[in-house]
Structure formats: structure tokens, C-alpha cells
Design a protein around this ligand. Structure first.
Ligand SMILES: *Cc1c(COP(=O)(O)O)cnc(C)c1O
Length: 420
């Protein structure tokens, strides 16, 4: 699927690789053809802000990998998360989220959506009952990360979906860290899956992108008052009634034609092409990331200068059972650890890393390291940091696909520096 889905060849040129359709607009055969396209009565391309054939292939491919009915590619993971929410929540509504979140997602919910009148409610823990307590008649989505970044927790998607659906609310899952190779949230009841394509999906640290995958199962018709935007003529787009015209794919169709068309966080077709290149090797890369990470975790755990290692692949890790349920024996290559000597020890080790690049990213083929408290989560108060799963001494590793001997040698020499 990662290599073939969505591309049947370009009839005009017979190009084997997906072409980059670097064009803004697409020609209409006639006024009538243009009208039919705008009315979404016939498939086709209009303007790249709404859709582009290179990106369409990427969308079909990711939708297939996640087991969804359709998808929308956007310019970044953050754009995907914002659209996923504003497509269904507005002034006076609220969303309920697990507390462990990516830094910018937390800020989007806490400071930006809130000022637009969408109240973000963070559950006290990731227990489904703590989420359920916060759901009321104005709730429009439950949100979680399948694997929290950087906390590393694994969400109980099945139970969260059950709780959300009991109250007539869709579950939106950020599957960036897991990727569909490790976990497919739709199979556990998630209704919408969002991605930062920037990370493992693209995989080479070159290309920002986001994706919104529509699982196609949420009964928007049954909750026609709450989700009136899919059930009534849409004034922001030619009075289309999305459930009538798009059936199971109503959610993502509106995301494209209302959210993206009118606010414009569109993926460049060139970036779409690069992301397609990345996805071709996604499963191979993830396999290597996973096996390298396990060896790194074992190495760190056995090292006398390491205080703690948070790796859910260790049976004594409190998150082990949940991780086992959703990931089987595989674990993502994101792990955190603390060097003895507290903040200072951690800082020295971090500064001495040579192969591991010090940066704010993950999911690159290259090994990366990050100190969340001074970077991604810097603008959060210590209290907020704890709430999203960050501690001051914590170093996060995104273990790359280099040879394991080189990776372990770098960690060994950096830890020696910390001792000195
Ligand atoms: C990086 C990341 C995002 C944001 O993605 P961008 O492509 O950088 O906008 C969202 N969620 C998670 C879990 C991430 O790791």
C-alpha cells in the first residue's frame, strides 16, 4: 500500500514515479464543466488550494494505510489538528483532551481555540473515566495522541472511543508517533486520525506536512443538530449538504472545501512528492527504528550513570500493559531518560552528544536528541509541563536508523562526559 496505492500511472506521460503537478489551477472544458466541478458533482481539480493531483495520491495512500475512507493533506501537523477541530467545534463548544500532548497542540488548545470560544478541557489523567467526566452537551470532540509526544504514554483508544461514542462525540487521534505501521487507531474506534507527516511518515527531516484521515464511521446524520454543518446546506460552500453528497466521507470533504479552501494551509505539491518518497520506505525504517530503540533502552538501563529510562518495552514499566495491547511487541523509537546528577548531569550529557543531533524534531532517519524543558515545552509553566508529561532533567531521544554500534558508542562517550 505504501508503495502503490493511489497512483495508476499518468496516462499522458506514462511516468512511473508520481509526477509533481506544480500548477495552481486546472482548466475547465466549459462553463458547465466548471460549474459541475464547483458543485462537487464531478471529480476533478479546480485550484491547488482545494486539491492537487500529487497530493491526492498522497491522501489516498495515507487513507489506505490508516484504514480510512479519504484524507486531506495540509501544510503541517498543526494545520491538520486545527482543521480537525474547527471543522466540528465553534463558539460555545468544547473539546476534551488527554493531558499528555505535543507542546504546540497544548498551546493551540489552551490559548488559541479558547480565545475563539472553544473551551479546551484537559482530563486529570488518561483514564477514560476522567475524560468522560468532562464531556457535556457542548462537547464536539475527544482528542488524544495514540502515543504521547514526549510523554510516551499509550492512549486506551478503544475505551476512549467507547466513552466518546456513548455521548455522541467523535474521537480524534494524533497518530504521528506511532504511524500506521505500529498502530491503526481507526481499527480501535477512532473517527478521525491526524498526522504530522513531518516526522516518521516523511522520515528524512526535510518536509513539513500534515494529514487528516476520515475513518468514515461516525454517524453525523444521527446527531444532526449537534453536527448541523454536515447535515444542512453549507453557506460557506455552494450550499452543499455534505452527508448527502459525500456519505461516509462528509467530514473530510467539508474539511477540504470549507476549512482549507478558505484559510489556505495547503500542502505544496513538491512537499507532497517528498512525503510520498518517504512513505515508500516507512515500514522498513520503522522496523529499524524499533529495533535500535530497544537496544538503546537496554544499554541505558544497564548504565551506572543513568537514573531512569522511560521505555514502555520494559515489563516493569507502568505503561507496559497498555503499550502491549496496542503495539504488540513493538515500541516506537522515542524514549526518554534522566542522567544521574539531575539537571546538570543531563545538561552535560546532552551537550556532549555527537552523533545524536540536538534539535527539536523526531522521526528523522538521523538520531536526534531534545531537552523538552528548554525547547518545545519552554513556554509552559513547570506545572503545565508536568501536566503534559515533561520533567526538567528529561532528555528525549528519537533513535535513528544508523548502525546500532555507532548509536551506542555516542551515548557511551556522552555519559562519560556527564561523569566528568
Ligand atoms: C510534530 C508534531 C505535531 C506538529 O506537527 P508539525 O508538522 O510540526 O506542524 C503534532 N503532533 C505531534 C504528536 C507531533 O509530534
Amino acid at each position: 500500500m505504501a508503495i502503490h496505492v493511489g497512483y495508476e500511472g499518468d496516462p499522458a506521460t506514462k511516468a512511473v514515479a508520481v509526477p509533481i503537478y506544480q500548477t495552481i489551477a486546472f482548466e475547465f472544458d466549459s462553463a458547465e464543466h466548471g460549474a459541475a466541478l464547483f458543485n462537487l458533482e464531478v471529480p476533478g481539480n479546480i485550484y491547488t488550494r482545494i486539491g492537487n493531483p500529487t497530493n491526492t495520491i498522497l491522501e489516498k495512500r495515507v487513507a489506505a494505510l490508516e484504514g480510512g475512507v479519504d484524507a486531506l493533506s495540509v501544510s503541517s501537523g498543526m494545520a491538520a489538528i486545527e482543521y480537525a477541530i474547527i471543522n466540528i467545534a465553534e463558539l460555545g463548544n468544547n473539546i476534551v483532551s488527554l493531558p499528555q500532548l505535543y507542546g504546540a497542540t497544548y498551546t493551540l488548545f489552551e490559548h488559541i481555540l479558547r480565545k475563539r470560544g472553544v473551551d479546551a478541557r484537559f482530563a486529570a489523567s488518561d483514564l477514560p473515566e476522567d475524560v468522560e467526566k468532562l464531556i457535556d452537551g457542548n462537547t464536539r470532540a475527544v482528542f488524544c495522541e495514540s502515543i504521547g509526544n514526549p510523554a510516551g504514554n499509550v492512549a486506551d483508544i478503544e475505551e476512549l472511543a467507547r466513552v466518546a461514542h456513548k455521548h455522541g462525540v467523535p474521537l480524534v487521534v494524533d497518530n504521528t508517533v506511532a504511524t500506521p505501521v505500529l498502530l491503526r487507531p481507526i481499527e480501535y474506534g477512532a473517527d478521525v486520525v491526524v498526522h504530522s507527516m513531518t516526522k516518521f511518515m516523511g522520515g528524512h527531516g526535510t518536509t513539513l506536512g500534515g494529514m487528516i484521515v476520515d475513518g468514515g464511521k461516525f454517524p453525523w446524520r444521527r446527531y444532526a443538530d449537534k453536527f448541523y454543518m454536515f447535515n444542512r446546506p453549507e453557506p460557506a460552500y455552494h450550499d452543499v449538504v455534505y452527508v448527502d453528497q459525500f456519505g461516509d466521507a462528509a467530514y473530510v470533504a467539508r474539511c477540504r472545501t470549507v476549512c482549507q479552501r478558505n484559510t489556505g494551509a495547503t500542502l505544496s505539491p513538491f512537499n507532497g512528492f517528498l512525503l510520498l518518497q518517504g512513505i515508500e520506505t516507512l515500514s522498513l525504517r520503522v522496523e529499524r527504528h524499533v529495533s535500535n530503540a530497544r537496544k538503546v533502552a537496554e544499554f541505558l538501563r544497564g548504565h551506572p550513570l543513568v537514573e531512569w529510562v522511560n521505555y514502555t518495552g520494559f515489563p516493569d514499566n507502568p505503561l507496559y500493559p497498555m503499550a502491549q495491547k496496542y503495539l504488540g511487541d513493538q515500541r516506537c523509537s522515542l524514549l526518554t531518560f534522566g542522567v544521574k546528577g539531575g539537571f546538570e548531569g543531563g545538561r552535560k550529557c546532552f551537550n556532549a552528544l555527537r552523533l545524536f543531533k540536538r534539535m527539536v524534531n523526531m522521526g528523522d532517519a538521523k538520531s536526534l536528541s531534545c531537552h523538552p524543558a528548554s525547547t518545545t515545552h519552554r513556554q509552559l509553566t513547570p506545572q503545565e509541563q508536568r501536566r503534559v508529561g515533561v520533567t526538567p532533567e528529561m532528555i528525549r531521544l528519537s533513535v535513528g536508523i544508523e548502525h546500532i554500534d555507532d548509536i551506542l558508542a555516542d551515548l557511551a562517550q556522552a555519559l562519560e562526559h556527564a561523569k566528568a
